[in-house]
Write a protein that binds this ligand. Structure first.
Ligand code: SF4
Length: 189
């Protein structure tokens, strides 16, 4: 898909079918809590920009969630800026790039944060539960957890991709937006 072709109404379906676990977790938490802390807003916001959500749609999407928690006025005052900023419309007008796996894995999420890489930052119990919800069967799950125990987080993500798509990913996963586009190619060729 080209930039600008993803619309808000497709997001829930795409999150389920084609988001890597790191982004699906942030997306689900945002829907559940109607809030994400700064690190989560950056990681998910730049990813969504990378999949092709336009700035106007991004503002509407984040506002619809945050308004339920902090109110529309506070969203406009305190949060809209950083979304426009991600799109290079504020501040130094840098066009910020979505985070790579390497960067996400190196982050250090604190209490109440939902960003980072679940393969690295979740407990084994939470990770197994999340993988189960993604549809990873018990056999593949063992292989994934084995990679995690050996600290091969991107390989664990690659095996998850292969398990849920029933298709190989020879290049391996090195970027959440690559996970998304590879998934999209398989599901909507
Ligand atoms: Fe996200 Fe990369 Fe971790 Fe997969 S390996 S969950 S794409 S950060």
């Amino acid at each position: 898909k080209e930039f600008g072709e993803i619309s808000i109404k497709d997001l829930d379906q795409l999150a389920r079918s084609s988001f890597p676990l790191c982004m699906r977790h942030l997306f689900d938490k945002l829907r559940e809590d109607h809030h994400l802390k700064h690190g989560g807003r950056m990681q998910l916001g730049l990813f969504l920009k990378g999949v092709g959500l336009r700035m106007e749609d991004a503002l509407a999407f984040w506002k619809a969630e945050f308004s339920q928690k902090v109110g529309a006025e506070r969203f406009d005052k305190e949060y809209a800026y950083s979304i426009r900023h991600n799109y290079g419309k504020e501040g130094k007008r840098t066009d910020y790039t979505p985070y790579s796996c390497q960067k996400i894995i190196s982050l250090t999420p604190g209490v109440g944060d939902h960003h980072g890489c679940p393969y690295r930052h979740f407990s084994e119990e939470n990770l197994s539960a999340a993988l189960g919800r993604m549809g990873v069967g018990s056999r593949a799950m063992e292989d994934v957890l084995d990679k995690v125990r050996n600290r091969h987080y991107q390989l664990a993500c690659t095996l998850t991709f292969e398990a849920v798509h029933g298709s190989s990913c020879d290049a391996g996963i090195n970027h959440p937006n690559q996970y998304f586009s590879d998934s999209h190619k398989i599901l909507q060729p």
